[in-house]
Structure formats: C-alpha cells, structure tokens
Design a protein around this ligand. Structure first.
Ligand code: DAK
Length: 258
C-alpha cells in the first residue's frame, strides 16, 4: 500500500503511522484523514500487529484541519459532506490500542486527533490547544467534549475560549497526557509501550480498552457492572488460564489470543 500524506511502517508487533505533510505542519486535509483511516484499517486487519502508534514530526503532530481547504466551505458543504466525519469515526472505532506520540504542535483537529487515541505520550516540545475561536469557529471533532473530560471544565473552557496552548508539563499535570519524555525518547517510548501491549493477550487488551472507554459513556454503576462482566468473561479464555498458570510456574506466559 502506498500513501502520499502519511508513512506506514511496522516495528515488531506495532504499526507506526506518521502524518507526513511537513510543509503545512501536518494540517489535516481530507486526503490525509482518508489515508489515515485506511492505514488504521490495514493495521487492524493485520493479525501480526497488536497496537498502533500515531505520530507527526518534531515541529508538529498536527496543527489542525487544513484551513485553506476549509475556509470557503458553506454550512451546507460541511453538513451535507459530513466534513472529515466518516474517516475520523474509523479511527475512533479501532479496537487495537492506538497511542499518540506527540511532539510540537497538536492544535485544533490535531489535538482532537491525539485525544481520540487511547493515550498520549508527549515530548517536552509538545503544545496542545484548541485555537478555533481565533478563526471564528469552535472545535468540531471532540475538542469541547474530550478535553473537558480529560482536564476538567476550568481549563477546557479557558483553552476553548481564549485559544491558549498548554505545554507538555501542564498537559501531564492536568491528565491530558500519560507521560512526558525527552524529545529524542518519544518514539522509542511509544513503540516500547505499543510492543509491550502487543505481547499481552489480545482478548484481554481489547476487553480492557473497551472497559476503560465505557467509563466515558455511562454512569459509574453501569460501568462497574460492565467491567465485572468483562472480568468474568476473561475466565472463559485460554489466555487467562495460561497467564495465571505461568505466574504460578514462575515462567513467562505464552498467550495465543484465544
Ligand atoms: N491549515 C493549513 N495550513 C497550516 C495550518 C493549518 N491548520 N497550520 C499551519 N499551516 C501552514 C502555514 O500556513 C505555513 O504555510 P506557508 O506559509 O509556509 O505556506 C506553514 O504551515 C508553517 O506555519 P507557520 O509559518 O504559521 O509556522 P509558525 O511556526 O509561525 O506557527 C502555528 C505555527 C501552529 C502557531 C501556526 O501555524 C498556526 O497558528 N496554525 C493554525 C493553527 C490552528 O488554527 N488550528 C486549528 C484549525 S481549525 C471537524 C473536523 C476537524 C475540525 C473541525 C471539525 N469535523 C469532523 C466536524 C478541525 C478544525 C481545526 O483544526
């Protein structure tokens, strides 16, 4: 498969997808989002892979949707064309864990894309923001919702209303990113985590992802019930038997994803 706006590589058991429009700070054009959705699909269908890392370059993860492409669209164009929606949904639907490895700017749709991933590892250089207000519009790909759930109302409201960016340390303190690492450690850290995840029982990984994700969609009581059922379900898998037997035998488990 050849792509024009992204790069696709495999590192052991993880796919590495790199946004690749450096001249425009990886602005999210329709072709880029389309190729990203295809690449996620490709990684999801490859049984040899257990996780995906999504990254940009040193200057930008992505500086938002492509303003040149958006600026002349009418309400009808964006509404009837369902602007970037189907492709973005494909990424959200991915069952394999997706880690965002963010250096430089993650703004607007770029910040929203990073937040769609299961967790974010940030380089010290990372800057997160929802600057749409400066363009006379508002976030449209989850910024007002996911950012608010991640960092709380006060900071989300401030960022969406003023367009202020957060640096990596503030993002980590606020719960937006899982870890901050030195710039030159970013990809290694994200790929190591992806390969660690890919080495576990895939059934257990999917169930864990599903259960944490449910916390964003339901009440605590329903979420706890859901988690308990999934926990019970793991006892129907061979991997749970293998994992616990291996622990008792003091050896490494051999998971077969069943
Ligand atoms: N779109 C297009 N081009 C962009 C761009 C963008 N978002 N961001 C940067 N570029 C281009 C610049 O125009 C410049 O191009 P040339 O002049 O070299 O041709 C090149 O990238 C380098 O940028 P700068 O010269 O501006 O670089 P600086 O270091 O001076 O500044 C910056 C970096 C990130 C602070 C600045 O570029 C900037 O403010 N960029 C715009 C950030 C922004 O406003 N982002 C939000 C865009 S709105 C939805 C889906 C998605 C969305 C909404 C709905 N649905 C599914 C409903 C998303 C909306 C958005 O993201």
């Amino acid at each position: 498969m050849t792509y024009e706006t992204i790069l696709y590589q495999v590192h052991e058991r993880a796919a590495l997808i790199t946004l690749n429009r450096p001249d425009v700070l990886n602005a999210l054009s329709a072709p880029l989002i389309g190729e990203l959705a295809q690449a996620v699909d490709h990684a999801e269908r490859d049984d040899a892979l257990g996780a995906i890392v999504l990254t940009g370059n040193e200057k930008a993860f992505a500086a938002g949707a492509d303003i040149g492409q958006m600026k002349d669209q009418s309400f009808t164009d964006t509404y009837m064309g369902n602007f970037l929606h189907d492709e973005a949904e494909r990424i959200e639907r991915c069952r394999k864990p997706v880690i965002a490895a963010v250096a430089g700017y993650a703004l607007g749709g770029g910040c929203e894309l990073a937040m769609m991933c299961d967790f974010i590892v940030a380089a010290r250089s990372a800057r997160f923001g929802q600057p749409e207000i400066k363009l006379g519009t508002i976030p449209g790909l989850g910024g007002t919702q996911r950012l608010t759930r991640a960092v709380g109302k006060a900071k989300a409201m401030e960022m969406c209303l003023t367009g202020r960016m957060m640096d990596a340390d503030e993002a980590e303190r606020s719960g937006l990113v899982a870890r901050v690492v030195a710039n030159d450690q970013l990809l290694d850290t994200a790929l190591t985590a992806a390969n660690q995840i890919a080495g576990y029982s895939r059934v257990a990984v999917y169930l864990a992802k599903e259960s944490v994700s449910r916390a964003f969609e339901t009440t605590l009581l329903e979420g706890l019930r859901f988690e308990k059922r999934l926990f019970h379900a793991t006892f129907a898998t061979a991997d749970q038997k293998e994992g616990m037997e291996a622990f008792m035998d003091k050896r490494e488990p051999r998971f077969e994803n069943r």
